[in-house]
Design a protein around this ligand. Structure first.
Ligand code: SF4
Length: 397
């Protein structure tokens, strides 16, 4: 079967799945209410988003310079920085650090998803726990994420209750969401402290100081990046901006359009844990990790930056807002996508995954209706990109 016929079967099946429609309907309603409230409470965000677009435009122009600057800063902070030109390079670098037979706790990372990191580490004899609740559900279901920020968006509470009941051997009621959350906490709690390695992504990185900004609500990232003795961060090169001030602005716009007036936690990580409290001898690995490794991933990003229209995909903050507006996504969830979703996902499939067939299927599913552009904080013109991509696919120019 071809990629196209597989995709057609999958998306038609999804479109007739009442459970996806129900879960998405609930999520879209609450996203719109939450975001509208957040923007009402912090109205400066709309102007700030315009500034962020300009920051991203300039940063993408000098991605190569920023990655070198950030790498230097991380090394100065006693961390280790790596530049991976391909997904395979990134996996090799991480293999060298991890080895085999390790217990790994992992935070949600679309970049990790892009290179198939968890599956790869498992194949190499490691035990990996996704610690974001949505990702944990997806991992246990043997499914794949269906949204950038809410990977289990398509899974109704009834399915979560059934899954957790199977894992724990107790009957858990679907209506008691607090109990389901507590169950996940209990299942994962000790893993954070037993783990050899914690893996995270980053929402934005300040090149001048090598500081990673990681936004979250659950507290799992704090634990995964602080409790194990080693922290590895995998970061797409498009996440780099010049200064700490720029990074803060990007982070604020990201969380505001990502469904929250203010997230519970923003972690700023620039190096390993250290102390000089005993006779001023610098010693690494006090309560936090003694090793800090940052792998910057190119994998098509520098090539994409050269395309006059498609480069907009690199401005994406991964707030997920566009997905809640997309009429196709509303009935199919992440089945309208590959590693990334909806119209912008077509660009990523073409340029990052080099999967022209999948990209074509996604590009021709997009209605180019433009609702995503209205919601997008940085006004990424996805219809324009999709039309350019179709031309690229058909004419090869
Ligand atoms: S395209 Fe825009 S709305 Fe969609 S995830 Fe990226 S920044 Fe958010």
């Amino acid at each position: 079967m071809s990629v196209f016929s597989d995709y057609k079967k999958e998306i038609m099946h999804a479109a007739h799945d009442e459970r996806i429609r129900l879960a998405l309907w609930r999520a879209i309603k609450s996203y719109r209410a939450n975001t509208n409230n957040a923007l009402k409470k912090f109205p400066h965000t709309i102007k700030l988003a315009e500034e962020v677009r300009k920051i991203k435009e300039k940063a993408i122009d000098k991605m190569e310079k920023l990655v070198l600057q950030a790498s230097e800063a991380i090394e100065e902070n006693n961390g280790k920085a790596y530049i991976a030109r391909t997904a395979a390079d990134a996996l090799n670098i991480i293999d060298e650090i991890v080895g085999t037979g390790k217990l790994i706790v992992k935070g949600k990372s679309m970049t990790g998803e892009e290179i198939g990191l968890r599956e790869h580490l498992e194949e190499h004899g490691n035990e990996v726990y996704e610690t974001d609740l949505g990702e944990f559900i997806i991992q246990k279901l043997g499914s794949r994420p269906m949204h950038i920020l809410s990977p289990a968006i398509h899974v109704p509470k009834e399915d979560v209750a059934r899954l957790f009941s199977q894992i724990t051997g107790q009957v858990l009621p679907a209506d008691d969401i607090a109990l389901l959350v507590k169950t996940a906490r209990n299942l994962l709690r000790e893993k954070f402290f037993q783990a050899d390695i914690g893996i995270s992504g980053a929402n934005v990185v300040a090149a001048e100081s090598g500081t990673l900004f990681i936004i979250e609500n659950e507290g799992n990232i704090r634990l995964a990046t602080a409790a194990p003795p080693v922290h590895i961060a995998l970061v797409g090169m498009e996440k780099l901006v010049p200064t700490l001030g720029d990074a803060y602005k990007v982070a604020e716009v990201t969380w505001r359009y990502g469904n929250y007036p203010i997230p519970s936690y923003v972690s700023l990580v620039s190096g390993p844990s250290k102390t000089g409290d005993i006779e001023k001898v610098t010693t690494f690995g006090v309560h936090g990790p003694g090793e800090f490794h940052v792998v910057f991933l190119d994998a098509g990003r520098t090539k994409l930056a050269k395309h006059p229209i498609l480069r907009q995909a690199l401005y994406c903050l991964r707030c997920g807002g566009c997905l809640y507006e997309c009429p196709v996504f509303a009935v199919t969830a992440g089945h309208f996508g590959d590693k990334y979703f909806a119209g912008i996902g077509a660009v990523w499939a073409a340029m990052m995954q080099d999967d022209e067939e999948k990209a074509a299927a996604l590009a021709y599913t997009c209605l180019t209706c433009g609702r995503c552009k209205i919601r997008c904080p940085v006004k990424i013109d996805t219809p324009e990109m999709v039309i350019a991509l179709r031309r690229l696919i058909v004419e090869g120019s």
